[in-house]
Design a protein around this ligand. Structure first.
Ligand code: HAM
Length: 422
């Protein structure tokens, strides 16, 4: 039996990097006042159709949708925003705080063609700030996305755009449709269809002809109404004040229909065709559209698989092993070692020992293969003298430590190296 195409097992070596991504994200989000919300994976199909948009690729052809035993159409969530907003509305969370800063971490499902960095089950850290339309909130949220990458030691280019609002978008749409109709024969088949159903998406088409044409298409930035233009100016001013580097990309459109005004993407050229590590934007009409109060919001999501790939490519894979491996010679030493192992673990060290009665050489090999930081070698004689030899496997240094109830020497040396232990 094999995993489904586009569904991936995360083995322990890689899971370490996932933990790094998730714990860094939690720490950065905490500092920006974001709280975790946990939401279901399965929702009514209508939630996604109404929020992401009927004419988007996601809703048209990528959702895992099925009819359950009660005859109801359900969908495995393809993204987090719609679900978090459903929960926000259902629990009247706007009464809880004036601005709800929420994040969620978990799997999403899209039936796309799998390739490097693109899966059918992938994972996002997904962030939503609900309740304010201030451009300052946009800058804060974007700065937080930037900070997460900085703290992971990753580089990505931040691109910014504005998609306008219901006031100015129709004017742009009209100009765009007129332009596309003038050049209809140059468009790919899909885009010819999109001219009516979703003309903005044409700007995002990857086919060579459409791309060439799109470079000359009317940009929404040139059609923004005054309030949208002011909003963008203030977001840019705040990003500059926070020294968050960005560039404007007037042709950026997003694959989800709910965006208004600010949109942004974090791009890298290290992932082949899958260049976005994260993306997001403002969605001021969405809460109301889903039946909630008329409250604005902004958010973003980052793909954990893509962050992990970048970590692997930029830093190689660090394989942290246990703090300590106990190598014991003879049965009394092994019996003593087993209780010492427990003491070490209770004191906060990660510690392992052989449980199969192997010889010293093979135990040392095991310690090496596990990438243990230290080995404590306990022989019967050392045990009788109340001592053991502690070897640092990185430097090769050795010294004798006293075996007593406090384990002071041992914990100080092993725990002191990276703050673990005592
Ligand atoms: P999105 O652009 O569809 O936005 O996805 C955000 C990120 O999820 C992408 O930049 C990428 O890193 C990752 N991602 C998307 N699809 C895949 C896939 N098939 N395989 C691996 N990674 C993938 C959203 O989902 C919005 N809900 C973001 C948002 C939150 N906007 C406002 N709030």
């Amino acid at each position: 039996m094999q995993a489904l195409k586009g569904f991936k097992d995360i083995l322990p070596d890689e899971a370490v990097l996932w933990q790094q991504v998730e714990s860094t994200a939690r720490e950065v989000f905490r500092r920006f006042g974001f709280e975790e919300i946990k939401v279901p994976i399965l929702e009514k199909t209508a939630l996604f159709a109404r929020s992401i948009g009927e004419a988007t690729d996601i809703v048209e052809k990528e959702m895992y949708t099925f009819t359950d035993r009660n005859g109801e159409s359900l969908t495995m969530r393809p993204e987090g925003t719609a679900t978090v907003l459903r929960a926000f509305i259902e629990h009247a969370m706007h009464l809880r705080r004036p601005i709800n800063r929420l994040f969620t971490v978990g799997p999403m499902f899209r039936h796309e063609r799998p390739q490097k960095g693109r899966l059918r089950q992938f994972h996002q850290v997904s962030v939503e700030a609900l309740g304010a339309d201030s451009p300052r909130l946009d800058a804060e949220v974007i700065a937080m996305a930037h900070q997460l990458l900085v703290e992971l030691g990753l580089k990505a280019e931040l691109q910014l755009n504005s998609l306008g609002c219901p006031e100015c978008r129709p004017g742009h749409r009209q100009k765009l449709v007129a332009f596309l109709n003038r050049h209809r024969e140059q468009l790919c088949q899909d885009c010819q269809r999109r001219v009516e159903s979703n003309p903005l998406r044409v700007l995002d088409c990857k086919s060579a002809n459409c791309r060439q044409l799109n470079a000359e298409a009317p940009a929404i930035l040139d059609s923004l109404c005054r309030p949208c233009e002011d909003h963008l100016t203030l977001v840019r001013r705040d990003l500059e004040a926070l020294e968050v580097p960005y560039s404007l990309n007037p042709f950026m459109v997003r694959g989800l229909d709910y965006y208004t005004r600010t949109t942004f993407e974090l791009l890298t050229d290290a992932l082949g065709a899958q260049s976005a590590v994260g993306a997001g934007g403002r969605y001021d009409g969405l809460v109301r559209q889903l039946g909630g109060p008329d409250l604005p919001g902004i958010g973003f999501a980052m793909g954990i698989e893509r962050l992990v790939l970048l970590l692997q490519e930029q830093n190689g894979t660090p394989l942290p092993g246990p703090d300590l491996f106990l190598a014991c010679l003879g049965e009394p030493a092994a019996d003593y070692g087993f209780t010492l192992l427990q003491q070490c673990r209770l004191a906060g060290l990660s510690a392992l020992m052989d449980v199969q009665g192997r010889g010293l050489k093979s135990q040392m090999k095991q310690a090496d293969r596990l990438n243990s930081r230290f080995v404590l070698i306990i022989g019967d004689e050392e045990l009788a003298a109340g001592q053991a030899v502690l070897r640092n496997l990185t430097t090769g240094e050795e010294h004798r430590v006293a075996l007593n109830d406090q384990l002071g020497d041992l914990l100080q040396t092993v725990g002191g190296a990276d703050g673990a232990g005592t």
